[in-house]
Write a protein of this length. Sequence first.
Length: 430
Amino acid sequence: MREGVGMHYDLLIKGGEVLDPAAGYDGRLDVAVSRGRIAAVDAGIPEESAFRVVDARGSLVLPGLVDFHTHTFHGFSFWGVDPDPIATRTGVTTWNDAGTPGALTIEGFRRHIVDEAAVKVTTYINIANIGLVGENFETANLEYCDVGLLRRAVDRHRDLVLGVKVRIGTPTVGDTGVESLRRAIQAGEECELPVMVHIAMGPPSIDEVLDLLRPGDICTHSFTGLTMKIVDDDGRLRESARRALDRGVLLDIGHGTGSFAFATAEALLAEGVQPDTISTDMHQQSVYGPMFDLPTTMTKFLALGMSLPDVVRASTSRPAELLGLAGEVGSLRPGARADIGLFTLLEGEFPLYDIAGETRVARTLLRNTLTILGGRELPRREPDPRAYWTEPTWPEAQLIFTEKQQRLHDLGHTPDAMAAGVEHGQVVPA
């Protein structure tokens, strides 16, 4: 980096491979920033035109990543993580919380999370007014699923609440079936908001759930291998899923610790079904594997054969569009917020795990090297310690938290990776 005086731009990112499918950028370009906004994207912008210059040669320059499914209500819920330290190491600059706050906790969520975080945080509000304070069962008591109370909460927080969330499956719903989904859809209609539905283990059946969804509603955990999966046992797209897709229901990944299976992903991609959004379901457990972070989740889809532009689109501009933030985040178009991620594509052999411990080997690994938020370069921070109530409990046979896997991940995703001997073109040492 260099410094100067009398410059036109505040920051210039020089010589990187810029990829922004929404804006049509794909090639070696410079990105200029002024007053926290993208000012120009072009080749050959002079270094002398900026106060500070970041040398991005050899780096992939992307819009700041937009994670459509996260849990950020840290300190107030079972699931929540602090987004800021994770953002500094992953390039995720916009975080959409998928239903951690409910109508009774949305005020605290705004005050203690949204207003305090450096990154941009939005939310889908849970149909259960208690939200996800605990681990489970929030919709088993339908008294919590108060549409009128949710509507009043949304009216007070229209700028923050961008959708309605409901978790459907066993044991979350108890013996209430799809009634909480019906109430979530009623709330979505009254508030003119989309509904995001979580699927996992049935009952209810996946057919019951998908047949209720409207155009623009989102099925998250859509590449799950659990009993509510959207493919049949032969790997073919279920008819209910085909009908849902035909009428405009959207598919979100929401990887998490229980919601992504390579076999399902391969079956769907073979049928030409790609996710609308690639997201993490970032929470207190998934951050320790096998999800780890959004760049790792993106890497899995590169390994499965999706193109880099399609993976970037599903992690930047498409979720921004669904959140009503197109033009503000998820793109490097002039005028957008100067949220930018610098990445390298390491080459080698990188074992990747799904939630059942199934393995696929990636030939490239996407690694964040710098996160820029509103034109400011963020120093890397270590994530918070694991919450005391979420000690690992998975069977050792699942191999998700083995010393070897953690070492591979750490080598590939820390700024010390090169010093540890992981160099471009080499296989990561096992």
